[in-house]
Ligand binder design. Structure first.
Ligand code: CA
Length: 642
């Protein structure tokens, strides 16, 4: 049942029945437990207690008391920690049982909330753990995306394959003795791991009886860690402690944690939110059906007071309780600009270095007005707050599709795979951090700090698979050469470099276009690709060199307004990008053709840092000037200090 939005959006309802300052969920101390729920359309709410998180019958049931602004309340003069609970909510839609939307953990499969004293879940040394300090601006970061299970499922030496705890293991090696897991990430030099959803989702049976896999974009309990990544999904405290341990281990390795958050829709319309306040949290059309801008059957209403508050409370909870260093918003254009701005301000008030970015598009038709969306077209409306590392960034799909070809037309080539002339402009656009629409692109940013520059992420084909499909006869070595040209554009351009975990070792999903629920064998990282002298090993080292170069050269990490940018595009598609910052001039030349190309460097004595398959923060050649020859299918980088 959907109430017409008109009811919830009336001044009377907002004034009398919303509670934007309320504190919801449970509060547990040594001798008291308090419960508070917002359920303004309920005529009755009962608290139901259980001894365990699944199967056992209820042991007690208590009437809750209606309190101010549509809230319901109950107080106990005793500590109920360790018990599990639900709410039985009666509305015009009937009586249903729901998990508290503010539950901090649950039993197996998220069916019952758990009453937990959060301090009991802190791993040793957690009080000394804090956000990483490894960036001053968004452009200092290097983001590596992964799914918890993909990361370690194929690490034979791991004691915790597929689990949060695999990120705490040091000293793991693959079959060839190469460092894998956490040690590998530390060596690669990335600043942040971006995790596909960590919050509880509904599509995988946590009991493990059925072997299932999913990326997790089907949220059920927003403030609860997913149980299938826990070593014991039955005991709610375990997943909390293990996720904290994962964050702590990454922090100790100098790496920040970004969380992919999916507030734009719920797994099903029969969500806990909808059970507690039917219809409130979702957008509906004039005719009263669910708007489906997510493509998943529903979309949430960030523009309603209490969902905006819910998102804000949830984000701040993850940030403070788990020390999360950044958030990536799935289908961010389904959220309204005002909500995203409020979140940005609140998150940065806690940690000015936190990363905030998202997908600047929707997954279907939405009723949200286009000018209110936090979309890439509107990103220019979000200014950077003084004293923060950035504001809100968006995935730059123009440089993505320009470098490797259209994401959705599988056989379409791009700059590095056969269509250089058509796509050179898009590459330049990306390397300027999308700060200039160049008269031909549908959006631009107001700062390079808003452009996530990437070639691929978890969605669609992996970079390697895309390049293989567009060049069926290409060898791994030839595909690696294409990857290198693209990576040079990503890492020596202005903007925020982002990569799919394993992209740097020619990760393949066997051509699978959408592996969200494909078996783990399709999705997992194959660490045995790392072997001395192998194409994958050498490509990984090349990425590592580019990361080291970027991290050591501030010129690549500036905002567009602080540098002078000039570029050349040759008739054959060669791009030369010149970025001048203070007394440093960096020249990146991309030659995606199959023959060498001559180029005349600007006046000056240059050091060369990238040459075909070599890269790093130490010059390969010095004292270079005048005309150079850039090898076929390669990127080269020269830096001159005046
Ligand atoms: Ca789950």
């Amino acid at each position: 049942m959907i109430y017409p939005g008109a009811l919830f959006d009336t001044e009377e309802f907002i004034g009398k029945y919303t509670c934007p300052q309320g504190q919801f969920g449970i509060a547990v101390t040594g001798d008291s437990t308090d419960f508070r729920l917002w359920a303004p359309t309920a005529s009755r709410v009962e608290l139901v207690l259980y001894p365990t998180g699944n199967d056992t019958p209820e042991i007690a049931r208590y009437e809750m008391y209606p309190a101010e602004q549509g809230t319901w309340y109950l107080h106990f003069d005793s500590c109920l920690a360790g018990m599990y609970y639900t709410y039985s909510v009666t509305t015009m839609a009937g009586t249903v049982e729901a998990v508290d939307p503010y539950a901090v953990t649950t039993g197996v499969n998220g069916r019952r909330g758990m009453i937990l004293r959060l301090s009991d879940t802190d791993p040793e040394g957690w009080d000394r753990d804090t956000y990483v300090q490894n960036i001053d601006t968004y452009c200092d970061s290097v983001i590596w995306e992964v799914h918890v299970a993909d990361f370690s499922a194929a690490i034979n030496a791991s004691k915790y394959p597929g689990k949060y705890m695999a990120f705490t293991e040091k000293g793991l090696r693959n079959s060839y003795g190469k460092a894998v897991g956490l040690d590998y990430l530390q060596n690669l030099g990335i600043t942040h791991v971006h995790f596909q959803p960590l919050a509880d989702y509904g599509s995988v049976d946590e009991t493990g009886i059925k072997v299932q896999y999913n990326w997790g974009y089907d949220p059920t309990n927003y403030n609860v860690p997913e149980g299938s990544y826990s070593t014991d999904p039955y005991h709610g405290e375990v997943r909390v402690k293990e996720l904290k341990s994962m964050v702590q281990a990454l922090h100790q390795a100098g790496i920040g944690v970004v969380m992919d958050v999916v507030y734009n829709h719920t797994y099903s319309k029969d969500s806990n939110l909808n059970r507690v306040v039917p219809g409130y949290y979702y957008r509906s059309t004039q005719s009263g059906v669910y708007s489906d801008g997510s493509g998943c059957g529903n979309e949430t209403a960030s523009d309603r007071v209490m969902f905006r508050k819910y998102m804000l409370d949830s984000i701040l909870y993850w940030q403070r309780e788990y020390h999360i260093d950044g958030f990536r918003f799935d289908l961010m254009a389904l959220h309204d600009l005002e909500t995203i701005k409020e979140i940005e301000e609140a998150v940065h008030a806690v940690n000015p270095r936190a990363l905030i970015y998202g997908e600047g598009w929707t997954g279907g038709l939405s009723v949200l007005a286009e000018d209110e969306r936090a979309s890439r077209e509107n990103i220019i409306k979000i200014e950077t707050t003084e004293g923060t590392a950035g504001s809100v960034a968006i995935f730059n799909d123009i440089i993505r599709d320009s470098l490797k070809g259209n994401n959705f037309r599988l056989d379409a080539g791009g700059y590095v795979n056969g269509r250089a002339c058509d796509h050179a402009t898009g590459v330049v656009f990306g390397m300027m951090g999308a700060t200039d629409s160049m008269g031909c692109f549908s959006f631009n940013t107001n700062s390079a700090l808003q452009s996530i520059n990437y070639m691929c992420c978890h969605d669609n084909l992996t970079l390697r698979d895309k390049l293989q499909i567009t060049n069926p006869r290409a060898t791994d070595a030839q595909i690696a050469a294409m990857c290198r040209v693209g990576a040079v554009a990503i890492f020596t351009g202005l903007g925020i470099p982002f990569m799919l975990g394993g992209e740097e070792m020619l990760r393949t999903k066997g051509g699978h276009f959408n592996s969200y629920n494909a078996p783990i064998e399709v999705n997992r990282l194959d660490w045995d690709k790392l072997r001395s002298g192998s194409t994958c090993q050498r490509l990984s080292e090349f990425y590592r060199g580019l990361i080291a170069l970027r991290r050591s050269q501030p010129v690549f990490r500036q905002d567009a307004c602080d540098v002078d940018i000039d570029y050349d595009i040759s008739p054959n598609g060669m791009v030369a990008m010149k970025i001048k910052w203070r007394n440093t001039l960096a020249v990146t030349i991309l030659n995606p053709t199959d023959s060498p190309v001559e180029y005349t460097l600007p006046a000056g004595d240059f050091d060369q840092f990238v040459a075909r398959d070599r890269s790093g923060n130490i010059p390969i050649n010095t004292g270079i000037s005048g005309i150079i020859s850039v090898k076929a299918m390669s990127g080269e980088v020269y830096i001159c200090r005046e």
